[in-house]
Structures are given as structure tokens and as C-alpha cells.
Design a protein. Structure first.
Ligand SMILES: Nc1nc2c(ncn2[C@@H]2O[C@H](COP(=O)(O)OP(=O)(O)OP(=O)(O)O)[C@@H](O)[C@H]2O)c(=O)[nH]1
Ligand SMILES: [Mg+2]
Length: 257
């Protein structure tokens, strides 16, 4: 069965870079038949050679022009168009001949908030589930995490994604190479024992001070059995770790803790 790995995450979290480096690693190390598929109609330059490119059908710029929309409105429109054309798109390579591919990596658009809040996103992601053994990875950008409160907020974006699409999402920290040891501790706590973040949250005033412990307890409840995986595109060992993590999740075999 073909594996489908979908990289999602906020703008600039490293989806495209990871699509490239994970795909390259799978080819050079495991000699797998890998397809890197671009679903971002706004992408300008891709560092990989896509086997599917949504820009062959339409681009963000074309939609802006055609519908007289700004970039965000056009982006919302592109998600709608993808869902309307879903059957047509899935009848094309690589989806039409899945058996030829060991793994398809899906690079998604940068505007996660638009992507999450579009009901059509659910249609697209569920389609992947129908086609293959699918893992949706939510990338948490190290560079956006300065404090424990930042870590909790990033976690919640992932929870929102899960709620909206109704599917499990696996968190992974990106850009591990730029983490100082303090920040590494914060992100590791976030994924392994979020309750410990409470000790480091510091003083908050008013309603926030009451909400934060509740948010942390939801993070504890929703953490699941995921182990902290920190990747860096220039560190093959971390890419290998990511791969075995994805494999375990896809097979639901092995202990993820
Ligand atoms: N230091 C470091 N930088 C990285 C890493 N991965 C990505 N970047 C940088 O982060 C920036 C954004 O990377 P992209 O791969 O374009 O991120 P993206 O999520 O595809 O971005 P959008 O599609 O625009 O949302 C680029 O400048 C990358 O070079 C990493 O592992 N380490
Ligand atoms: Mg990208």
C-alpha cells in the first residue's frame, strides 16, 4: 500500500523544505519510489521536482486576477477549487497509479489558518485517507517558540486543525538546528510532558492567568502517545528519526512513547 505523508503547518514552518529533504532521504537511503506533490498554488519556487503540481491547473496569481481578489481571498478560493476538482485531480498522476509509488509526500499551502478554516480542507485530507495509508504531520516551527506560552499556543493550532478535519495529526518540531538549549527544553516538554510547562509559564494577569492552566491540561489530554521528534533539514539523522516515527504512526505498530 502507498504511504501518503501530508506536511501541514503555519506559514514558513518548513513544509516545502521538509518535503524536499525527506523525499531525497527516502530515495537515497531506502531507494524508495517517492513522489513529492505540491498542493500550494502560491508557491513561487520549489526546491524539488514535483510529480504533481497544483500550479499546472491554476496559480494563486491567476485566481487573484480572475476573481479580482487579494492574496488571502484568492487563497480561500483556491482551496474551494481544489475540493470542487478533487475527483479530476485524483484521476491524474500520481494518484491514478498509486501502485507505482511507495510514498507520496504532500506539500500544503502556507496559509494554515485559511487551510484549517475551510470546510473543503476536510474533503481533501479525507480523500488522501481513502487512497493510502495516510499520516498528517503538523509542523511546529522552532523559530516561533520563545516562551512556554508560545509553545502552548502552537500546540493549540494543531488541536484546532484536528478538530476541524476530524483526523489525527502528528506533531513534529522543525528547524531544530536553531534551538538554544533552553528552547529545546521548552519544546521537548511540550511534546513529552506539557504539564511541566506550567512551572515555567511565569506570571500572567487577569483572565489569561486562569485560562493558561486549563490550556495546559488540554495539552496533556491531547498529547497522545507521541514522542518528541525534532527535525532539521540539514541533519540526516533527524530525518531518519522522522521517518521511523511516521512509519510507526502509519502502521500503528510499536510504542510511540
Ligand atoms: N535553520 C533552518 N531553517 C529551515 C529549516 N527548514 C526550513 N528552513 C527555512 O525556513 C524558511 C521557510 O521554509 P519553507 O520550507 O519554505 O517553509 P514552508 O512551510 O513551506 O513555507 P510556506 O509554504 O511559505 O508556508 C526558509 O527560509 C527555509 O530555508 C531547518 O530545518 N532549519
Ligand atoms: Mg511551502
Amino acid at each position: 500500500m502507498t504511504y501518503i505523508v501530508v506536511f501541514t503547518g503555519p506559514a514558513g514552518s518548513g513544509k516545502t523544505s521538509l518535503t524536499k529533504s525527506y523525499g531525497d532521504w527516502l530515495r537515497s537511503t531506502l531507494f524508495l519510489n517517492v513522489c513529492q506533490a505540491n498542493f500550494d498554488p502560491g508557491a513561487e519556487n520549489l526546491p524539488y521536482n514535483p510529480c504533481f503540481d497544483i500550479r499546472d491547473y491554476f496559480t494563486l496569481r491567476e485566481i487573484m486576477k480572475q476573481y479580482g481578489l487579494g492574496p488571502n481571498g484568492a487563497f480561500v478560493k483556491t482551496v474551494q477549487i481544489i475540493s470542487e476538482k478533487i475527483n479530476e485531480l485524483m484521476s491524474k498522476e500520481p494518484f491514478s497509479r498509486l501502485g507505482e509509488w511507495d510514498i507520496i509526500i504532500i506539500d500544503t499551502p502556507g496559509q494554515l489558518e485559511a487551510f484549517i478554516f475551510q470546510p473543503e480542507t476536510r474533503i481533501l485530507l479525507n480523500k488522501f485517507y481513502e487512497l493510502g495509508r495516510t499520516v498528517i504531520v503538523y509542523l511546529i516551527d522552532s523559530s516561533l517558540i520563545e516562551t512556554p506560552a508560545d509553545a502552548i499556543t502552537m500546540w493549540f493550532l494543531g488541536i484546532l486543525l484536528q478538530i476541524k478535519i476530524g483526523l489525527d495529526v502528528v506533531p513534529v518540531i522543525t528547524k531544530a538546528d536553531i534551538l538554544s538549549s533552553n528552547k529545546r527544553e521548552v519544546v521537548t516538554k511540550l511534546l513529552s510532558s506539557p504539564e511541566k510547562l506550567l512551572e515555567d509559564l511565569g506570571d500572567y494577569e487577569g483572565i489569561v492567568s486562569e485560562i493558561i492552566p486549563d490550556l495546559v491540561s488540554i495539552a496533556v489530554k491531547t498529547r497522545g502517545a507521541y514522542r518528541p521528534v525534532l527535525v532539521s533539514t540539514n541533519d540526516p539523522e533527524s530525518i531518519e528519526e522522522l521517518h521511523y516515527y511516521i512509519h510507526e504512526v502509519a502502521c500503528s505498530c510499536g510504542d510511540l512513547t
